[in-house]
Design a protein around this ligand. Structure first.
Ligand code: AMP
Ligand code: GLY
Length: 414
């Protein structure tokens, strides 16, 4: 089969590294890809949002299946467009992708189908939002309704921060249309974890659990980022808790979307908080998580293409997982997630000790690899125990030369 993967990050490199192992793949393309992907697939310079360009390419190259990494093209209707053109794509239609694209929609959906989540209220009027905040008091979480590249969530520990977030979004228009409506949520306490599943209509096949680390610095200090490291599985989640999530969160969501006339095909991602009252949904994504994918897919024993083909055909893919742990630490350019330099020489990590490298923001410049984003690479390892995987990753990272212009968290899996 000829396969096209859309995206340019670590998640997409990880998907491609898995597809390379499939003996059913004849030709692998990425649009636009990155410096690491380029070593495993043919990269074509078509932007993720260039629908016409992507459709034309898929037709020209007789692509048999397209897999989409990021959320923006999903919310712009890439899956609808491909299907209209008679092209196969493993991704949700725009109507189903709204579960990630609108937090208001997601909250109302969860309420209707009794899926556990934080209490909330929705506002587009700043004065009403502020009255609600002064009435409820801090802590509260203020969220832009639409897609804001992970930056539209303010965890306000004081009333003042919540009021400022409302001003930023509803008065100053910080996130433009995405912030023209805000969801204000009850603050949930507990430990976060992620649970992804392959979904087709009402068939749900969960993956192993994982845990992202969204804050920039050690011990969850600093600003929120796209994710600074992850591991799988999240070993503190019991079998019973997992079964509860599968049944009362993932399955109910897939069933609810069917009832709403928004049947889902693709990856459903639940960001969850294990609270004293049990697991609750923090957010849904309608795609593979990043960086969770980079530590979950290495544990999948099956051929990823066979899994996707089975799921799309309505068959059970019979997922099998390695009984080990996988952990990855992100190397980021100094200054990330705010302003940072691009075009930096990329450090060379000594491979070995069972570690692997996933490229996120890299590209080839002449014969050398340079950085091309804030999150540049992920160093990962698999081992029977999380602490061993962590030791291997940090062994490689601590001993790498030329790290002055980069930083990484030292506490992933510690
Ligand atoms: P999101 O983009 O919705 O995943 O939110 C980003 C981060 O904000 C999450 O990973 C949580 O750490 C935090 N967060 C979001 N919603 C809540 C909530 N209701 N209670 C506590 N923390 C939250
Ligand atoms: N790791 C969270 C996300 O992919 O949005």
């Amino acid at each position: 089969m000829n396969i096209l993967v859309i995206g340019r990050g670590g998640r997409e490199h990880s998907i491609i590294s898995k597809l390379v192992m499939s003996n059913r793949v004849s030709k692998l393309y990425a649009a636009p890809g990155n410096g690491g992907i380029q070593q495993q697939a043919e990269c074509v310079a078509i932007d993720e949002m260039d629908m016409d360009g992507l459709v034309a390419f898929a037709k020209e190259q007789a692509i048999d299946l397209t897999i989409v990494g990021p959320e923006n093209p999903l919310n712009a209707g890439i899956a609808d467009r491909f299907r209209e053109e008679g092209l196969r794509i493993f991704a949700p239609n725009e109507r189903a992708a709204l579960l990630e694209g609108s937090k208001q929609f997601a909250k109302e959906f969860m309420k209707k189908y009794e899926i556990p989540t934080a209490g909330y209220a929705v506002f587009s009027d700043a004065d009403e939002a502020k009255l609600y905040i002064t009435d409820k008091g801090a802590p509260l979480v203020v969220k832009a309704d639409g897609l804001a590249a992970g930056k539209g969530v303010i965890v306000a520990l004081t009333q003042q921060e919540a009021l400022e977030a409302v001003d930023d979004m509803l008065v100053s228009g910080k996130f433009a249309e995405a912030g023209a409506t805000v969801v204000i949520e009850e603050f949930l306490e507990g430990r976060e974890f992620s649970l992804m599943a392959f979904v087709h209509e009402d068939h749900v096949y969960p993956m192993v659990t994982s845990r992202d680390h969204k804050r920039a610095y050690d011990w969850d200090k600093g600003p929120n980022t796209g994710g600074m490291g992850a591991y799988a599985p999240a070993g503190d989640i019991s079998r019973e808790q997992l079964a509860f999530c599968e049944e009362n969160i993932l399955q109910k969501t897939a069933d609810g979307l069917m009832k709403e006339g928004r049947p889902f095909t693709g990856i459903l991602y639940a960001g969850l908080m294990m609270t004293e009252d049990g697991p609750k949904v923090i957010e849904f994504n309608t795609r593979f998580g990043d960086p969770e994918t980079q530590v979950v897919l290495p544990l999948l024993k099956n051929d990823l293409l066979e899994v996707i083909e089975a799921v799309m055909a309505g068959e059970n893919p019979r997922l099998e997982w390695e009984d080990s742990a996988c952990l990855g630490v992100v190397l980021a350019a100094n200054g990330y997630p705010d302003s940072y330099e691009k075009g930096l020489p990329v450090p060379e990590f000594s491979s070995g000790q069972g570690t692997f490298i996933v490229h996120a923001g890299t590209k080839m410049k002449g014969d050398s690899l340079v950085s091309d984003g804030g999150r540049v690479m992920l160093v990962g390892a698999k081992a029977e125990q999380l602490s061993v995987a962590s030791g291997r990753v940090y062994g490689v990272m601590h001993s790498a030369p030329s790290m002055e212009r980069y930083f990484y968290r030292n506490d992933i899996g510690i």
